[in-house]
Design a protein around this ligand. Structure first.
Ligand SMILES: [Fe+2]
Length: 363
């Protein structure tokens, strides 16, 4: 009988790297000559940010440990649930989708796929051209895996096709694909979800279906869905991402389609919350922790209306573009009336984004 397990984690790329490098996004912003010196002055920062910055290496170790608690909880919930497949809602940061097509939402109905997490890292956001010879053409990573390391990620084409068919029959226009377009494997929101849920490297044999959400919207092609120098702001914007409400309603429609399916499905939101490098009001130095805290409170208290009524302008102002993945989960949870079993908010100011992990009771 069909059953659904809603869960959420972060796919924060620096977690796969070394502690010494974890604050490099902030370091890059601090090196931007066009960001005012006053904004860069630690004395002007919130006390919690100053405390982390006093010893970034120790703060990185603590941040990693805190994230691993959530990853372990979510992995245990998935293993106990024994899903037929894991449906991952994640962003594509100019990885598989480029100038030739950018679907608001799509379902990747791939077969089993061999991926090279480190050799292909150059095709993903954050990892441009930094492959290194001493890592066998890969990049430094927390597991000491070399460039030729590969793993298989199982697909579930029938489940993906069923979901696409059901959404279309429910008047929810959705794109689908049977093979990658530009990225040689899976974009990092999906790949990192697998790598992080398998942090202890025991293997991850659950089939995965990726569902990209165009979270970066106005900044997807223009900014390659990533960081840019402060002086480059104001590039001509692209059309927007789907609205938070549309993401929420997609999740609600998915709940019905999946409940009417023959499968047990874990639905995973994959992303950190407010990203410092997207928050112009802090010169891209600080995430919008206050907005995250309020949104998290609404998640914990089951305030579905608060989520559904967020505007895209509010999301962009708070640098919460990637949280649109969680809006899909929120809509699904609302439609299922699923109850939150466990969650955590891992706050940070210097590691780009706070991280949320969540486990709901299966419905
Ligand atoms: Fe991302």
């Amino acid at each position: 009988m069909a059953q659904i397990l809603p869960v959420g984690i972060s796919h924060y790329p620096p977690l796969s790297g070394l502690d010494a490098d974890m604050a490099n996004i902030l370091r890059g912003r601090l090196a931007d000559p066009d960001i005012p010196a006053q904004a860069k002055d630690p004395a002007q920062w919130p006390a919690a940010m100053q405390a982390e910055w006093a010893d970034p290496r120790a703060a990185a170790a603590a941040h990693r440990s805190a994230m691993r608690v959530g990853l372990r909880r979510v992995r245990a919930a998935i293993d106990a649930f024994k899903p037929d497949f894991v449906l991952v809602c994640g962003d594509d940061q100019y990885e598989n989708f480029h100038e030739d097509i950018v679907p608001p939402f799509s379902i990747l109905a791939y077969d089993d796929m061999q991926v090279y997490p480190w050799k292909h890292a150059g095709a993903s956001s954050m990892f441009d051209a930094n492959t290194q010879d001493e890592w066998g053409g890969g990049r430094p990573n927390a597991w000491g895996e070399r460039g030729d390391a590969s793993r298989w990620i199982r697909g579930h084409r029938d489940g993906a096709k069923h979901l696409a068919s059901g959404l279309l029959q429910a008047d929810f226009d959705i794109a689908y694909a049977y093979r990658p377009l530009h990225h040689p494997g899976l974009a990092h929101a999906f790949l990192n979800a697998v790598l992080y849920l398998d942090y202890d490297r025991q293997g991850f044999d659950w089939p995965v279906v990726a569902m990209p959400v165009n979270c970066y919207g106005r900044q997807l092609v223009s900014y390659r869905g990533f960081i840019s120098p402060w002086a480059d702001r104001g590039r001509p914007a692209d059309p927007p991402s789907p609205s938070p409400r549309r993401c929420f309603d997609l999740g609600a429609a998915m709940a019905k389609v999946l409940r009417d399916s023959p499968w047990r499905v874990a639905v995973l939101a994959s992303s950190s919350w407010s990203h410092a490098f997207l928050v112009d009001k802090t010169y891209r130095l600080q995430p919008d922790v206050a907005s995250d805290r309020r949104l998290y409170q609404a998640l914990v208290e089951g305030e579905h209306g608060y989520w559904r009524n967020r505007s895209l302008a509010q999301i962009e102002d708070a640098g919460q573009q990637e949280v649109l993945n969680w809006f899909v989960l929120a809509g699904l949870v609302s439609a299922l009336d699923a109850k939150l079993e466990w969650s955590e908010f891992v706050e940070t100011w210097i590691f780009n984004s706070s991280k949320v992990a969540a486990v709901y009771r299966p419905v």
